[in-house]
Design a protein around this ligand. Sequence first.
Ligand code: NAD
Ligand code: TDX
Length: 333
Amino acid sequence: MPRHLLVTGGAGFIGSNFVHHVLAQTDDTVTVLDSFTYAGNTSSLDGLPANRLRIVKGDIADAATVDPLVAEADAVVHYAAESHNDNSLEDPSPFLQTNLIGTFTLLEAARRHGTRFHHISTDEVYGDLELDVPDRFTEATPYNPSSPYSATKAGSDLLVRAWVRSFDVQATISNCSNNYGPRQHVEKFIPRQITNLIDGIRPRLYGAGLNVRDWIHADDHSSAVLTILDRGTIGETYLIGADGEKNNKEVVELLLRLMGHAEDDYEHVADRPGHDLRYAIDPSRLRTELGWEPSYDDFEAGLAATIDWYRAHEAWWRPQKAATEAKYAKSGQ
Ligand code: NAD
Ligand code: TDX
C-alpha cells in the first residue's frame, strides 16, 4: 500500500537524494517541506514525477505550517537542519532554532497526530575517536558532541528519545557518517575541492589533513533510511556507515589525481577550531538486524562519478561558489 511521506529538508543534499530514491524504488508519494535556506535548491528535485511530489516552502519551526502536513502524512522523514560545522562556529543561533526548536515542533505534531517519525542524525553526536585505534562508534557510545552543530544534533536526538519514552511517539533515529555524491553544497569538503579545481584554485586542507572521515555514498544513506522506515524497531537507533574511513589528505590527493593534477598541488590552511579527529561507524546492527548492505564498495569510482556530476552541472553550483569562497577567505580558509 503506497504511503504518503513528509520529507523535511527535501531540497538539500541528502534529503533530495532520499526523495529521488523513494520515488524510484516505491509507489509512495512525497511532500517536501523546506524553507529554502542558502542550502536548499529546487533544481535538486527537477525531473521527478509531478503527480507524486509536492513541494511546500515553509519553516519546520512554524507549528501552523507543520501541523496539517504531519497530520496528513503516514510518516515524517526529518532531514531539515542547519548542517555545516564551519557555519555553526561563525553563528550558532540558526542551528539552535532549526535543529532544536524545529525538531521539537515536528515532534509535537507527530505526537498530536500519532504519525510515524524517522529522525536523521549524524555520527558527530558521539564526538571523536583517536587515530589508529580499532574503536568505532556503536549505538551504545555515549554522546559527546564538540561543535555547536553537533551539540544541536545531539540535543535533537535526545528530544526524539524523550518523545518516544514519555509520549509514545512512534520514532526511529539514524546516525550516519559523512556523505558524498551529487548535489552537495560547495561549502562541504569534497564539492569545495572539486569546484576549486574546476576554477583553477588549489584545494584547501585544514591543518595537517590527518583527520579521518568515514565516507558513504548518499545513495547508500537513502537505501538505509528506507530500510529503517520499513523494518526498523520503534524507539531504536541505527548507525549507518559503509567502512569508508579515509583521512582528508588521502581524499584530496585522490581528487587531484582523478582530475589530472599532481597529488601535492594543494594548500594547508587554518585548522577548524575544535576539529574532530576521527569518526568511524560500526554498522553491524543495521546489517545483521535489518539486512541492509551498501551498494558502493569502490570510493574511487564513486568519487570519479561525483566529479563528473559537478563538471556536468555547473549551473547547479555556480551561483553559490563565489559567496562560499568569500566567506572562507574571511576565516583564512
Ligand atoms: P543540507 O544543508 O544540504 O540541507 C538542509 C536542508 O534543510 C536545506 O534544503 C535547507 O533549506 C533545509 N532547511 C534548513 N533549515 C530549515 C527550516 N528551518 N525549515 C525547513 N527547511 C530547512 O544538509 P544535508 O547535508 O543534506 O543534511 C541533511 C540531514 O542529514 C541533516 O539533518 C544532517 O544533520 C544529516 N546528516 C548529514 C550528513 C552529511 O554528511 N552531510 C551526515 C550525517 C547526517
Ligand atoms: O575546505 C575544507 N578543507 C578541509 O580540510 C573543508 C570544507 C573541510 N575540510 C575538512 C574538515 C573535515 O575534517 O574536511 C572534513 C570534512 O569537512 P565537512 O565537509 O565540513 O564535513 P564534517 O565537518 O565532517 O561534517 C559532515 O559530516 C557529518 C557534514 O557537514 C555534517 O552535516 C554531517 O553531520
